[in-house]
Design a binder for this molecule. Structure first.
Ligand code: C2E
Ligand code: CA
Ligand code: CA
Ligand code: CA
Length: 274
C-alpha cells in the first residue's frame, strides 16, 4: 500500500546568517500559523504485535508555509522558546480530540496518541484547559493517550506524579515518550505510573547490538509494572519479528505505515479491517 509522503522533510544548507534569518522569519510566520490555517495533523498507525492490526495512532503536527513543509523538529523548539507552544499545543489537542471522536464512530476503541510538550504539561492551567477542551469537543478520554517525553523526569517528582494521576483520573491514558534518551535512569521507571512506555527509535536502530539489552530490560520492568511497551521507528521486518518475540506490544514505523493525511487514514483503516 503506497501513500504519498507530504510529511517528508525539506533540507536546507544555509550559512549561519541565513540560518538566523530563517529562524526569525519562521518565528514571525509561526505566530500566525493557526489563523492562516497552515497547521494540520497527520496520523501514523501503531500495530498490535498480537493481532497484526492497527489499534492506535499518533497525531503528528505539520506546518505548511508558502508551499513548504517545515519539519516539527525545527518549528516545535521555536514554538517552545517563544511560548507559542501553548496555543499550538491547545490547537493540536482540539483537532486530535475531534479526530478521535469521529474515528470512534466507525472504529470503536481506536486510541489516539497526542504529543504534549513539557512546557504545556508544566503549565498550571493544563489540566483545566484539557478538561474544558474535552467537554467542548465531547470526546472520550479513554481513547486518548497523552505522550509526554522523557524530559518530564526533569520535573519535581511529586509534581510529575500528581499531574499524571490527575490526567488518569480524568480518564486519559498517559505514556512516556522517547524513553531512554535523556534524564531518567532505568530505576526511575519503577516509579512511573504511566500506562505505556515508548522506547526511542535509537534503541530500535541498535537492536542488533546493545539496543537489545536495554529493550529487554525495559520490557521486563514494564511487564512487572503492568505497562504497555511500544517501539517506534521500526523499518525492517527482522526488527518487528525480534521486538514481537521479545514481548513488545505495539509497533510503530515505516515498515507498516508512514504518517498519513486524514482521508488516507480512513482508507487505510477500512482496508486494514476488511
Ligand atoms: P516523536 O514523538 O518521537 O514522533 C515520532 C517521529 O518518528 C515522527 O516524526 C514520525 O514521523 C517518525 N517516524 C515514525 N516511524 C518512523 C520510522 O520508521 N523511521 C523514521 N526515520 N522515522 C519514523 P515527525 O512527525 O517528524 O515528528 C518529529 C517530532 O516532533 C516528534 O517525535 C515529536 O517530538 C514532535 N512533534 C510532532 N508533532 C507534535 C505535536 O503535535 N506536539 C508536540 N509537542 N510535538 C510534536
Ligand atoms: Ca511521540
Ligand atoms: Ca517518540
Ligand atoms: Ca523521537
Amino acid at each position: 500500500r503506497k501513500h504519498s509522503d507530504p510529511g517528508g522533510v525539506t533540507f536546507y544548507n544555509d550559512t549561519l546568517a541565513e540560518k538566523l534569518g530563517r529562524e526569525v522569519w519562521l518565528r514571525n510566520k509561526l505566530a500566525r500559523a493557526i489563523e492562516h490555517q497552515e497547521l494540520f495533523l497527520m496520523y501514523q498507525p501503531l500495530i498490535s504485535t498480537k493481532t497484526g492490526r492497527p489499534v492506535s495512532l499518533e497525531a503528528l503536527l505539520r506546518w505548511r508555509v508558502d508551499g513548504n513543509l517545515i519539519p516539527p523538529d525545527e518549528f516545535i523548539p521555536i514554538a517552545e522558546q517563544n511560548g507559542l507552544i501553548k496555543s499550538i499545543g491547545a490547537w493540536v489537542l482540539q483537532q486530535a480530540f475531534i479526530a478521535s471522536k469521529k474515528l470512534n464512530e466507525t472504529h470503536p476503541g481506536m486510541i489516539m496518541g497526542i504529543n504534549v510538550s513539557l512546557l504545556q504539561f508544566q503549565d498550571e492551567h493544563f489540566t483545566q484547559m484539557i478538561s474544558s477542551l474535552l467537554h467542548s469537543v465531547d470526546a472520550q478520554p479513554e481513547y486518548i493517550n497523552l505522550e509526554i517525553t522523557e524530559s518530564a523526569f526533569s520535573l519535581e517528582k511529586h509534581l510529575l506524579l500528581t499531574k499524571i494521576k490527575q490526567l488518569q483520573e480524568m480518564g486519559f491514558m498517559v505514556s512516556i515518550d522517547d524513553f531512554g534518551t535523556g534524564y531518567s535512569s532505568l530505576a526511575s521507571i519503577l516509579e512511573l505510573t504511566t500506562n505505556a512506555i515508548k522506547i526511542d527509535k535509537s534503541f530500535v536502530d541498535n537492536l542488533d547490538t546493545k539496543g537489545e539489552i536495554i529493550i529487554e530490560a525495559v520490557i521486563q520492568i514494564a511487564n512487572r509494572l503492568g505497562q504497555h511497551v511500544v517501539a517506534e521507528g521500526v523499518e525492517y521486518q527482522w526488527q518487528a519479528d525480534t521486538l514481537k518475540q521479545m514481548g513488545v506490544h505495539l509497533i510503530q514505523g515505516y515498515l507498516y505505515a508512514k504518517p498519513m493525511t486524514w482521508p488516507n487514514l480512513l482508507q487505510y483503516l477500512d482496508e486494514a479491517h476488511s
